[in-house]
Design a protein around this ligand. Structure first.
Ligand SMILES: N[C@@H](CCC(=O)N[C@@H](CS)C(=O)NCC(=O)O)C(=O)O
Length: 250
């Protein structure tokens, strides 16, 4: 049975890039999936989103926010994590039982833990840091505390990944949703600022994960076509802030 998927989010990396990577790979490896993205343009937010789409639940779903995933013109699923988890359940991105994790609920809970850490503790914190324009200098700025938390969480993810006998979490031969989220959490932190990532000896497994994930069919094609948005957030001050950060690090 064919499945038609339309994903809607801002034309920025934002909170959803891991889900975008999952969708790209799903479309590349499942012939019955017809997937496209319909971005909501930040440049036209006032007229398109605020003026029309936000109020229309057939577009913006029950919460009137983005992202949403339109499924077969029948369902409008909302919220980043539930969309990712639904895709993982439907398209076998929850891994296989192993000698050490031999119960499905346990495997899901382990994988969900990694996803939650990557999304809630790393990705969401990075977005807050960009919106708050933290300077990485002033220790009295409360937002700088979030900036210190991100490398620690990435270090914990690195040491967990190192325990795996494969490049993916929990001895999996193929990537699970956890690997997509950590791939994005690590590369997003790195692309934002060197100060957001752990030191070299504490990121070796993440570097390896990046290499392997970048070669996934859908992701390789996406990156080759240069589709990754440079912009992290919808903040109108982001470009100026990123320039200033570059100056601070010289
Ligand atoms: N908890 C939701 C948050 C969704 C959310 O806040 N989306 C923002 C963009 S990142 C949005 O839609 N803002 C526009 C609006 O609220 O009108 C998730 O994880 O997806």
């Amino acid at each position: 049975m064919s499945i038609k998927l339309v994903f809607r989010y801002w034309n920025a990396r934002g909170r959803v890039q891991a889900v975008r990577y999952m969708l790209e790979d799903i479309a590349a490896t499942n012939k019955n999936v017809d997937y496209k993205e319909e971005p909501e343009l930040l440049e036209k937010a006032l007229e398109s989103w605020m003026g029309r789409n936000k109020a229309d639940e057939s577009v913006s779903g029950p919460f009137h926010t983005l992202p949403v995933l339109h499924w077969n013109n029948k369902h409008v699923f909302a919220q980043t994590l539930p969309i990712g988890l639904l895709l993982a359940r439907k398209f076998n991105l929850y891994g296989k039982l192993t000698a050490s994790i031999d119960e499905e609920d346990a495997l899901h809970a382990y994988i969900d833990g990694v996803v939650s850490c990557a999304y809630t503790d790393v990705i969401t914190n990075i977005l807050m840091c960009v919106w708050n324009q933290i300077d990485f200098v002033d220790d009295n700025n409360p937002a700088n505390r979030a900036a210190k938390k991100v490398p620690n969480d990435l270090k914990a993810l690195n040491s967990l990944l190192k325990k795996s006998s494969t490049p993916f979490f929990y001895d999996q031969a193929e990537p699970t949703i956890a690997d997509y989220f950590v791939f994005e959490a690590y590369t997003m932190a790195r692309d934002y600022s060197e100060k957001m990532i752990p030191s070299e000896e504490d990121r070796d497994a993440l570097v390896k994960l990046e290499q392997v994930m970048s070669e996934r069919p859908g992701i390789a094609n996406y990156l080759k076509k240069d589709l990754l948005y440079k912009r992290f957030t919808g903040s109108p001050k982001e470009a100026e802030y990123m320039e200033k950060l570059k100056g601070n690090s010289k």
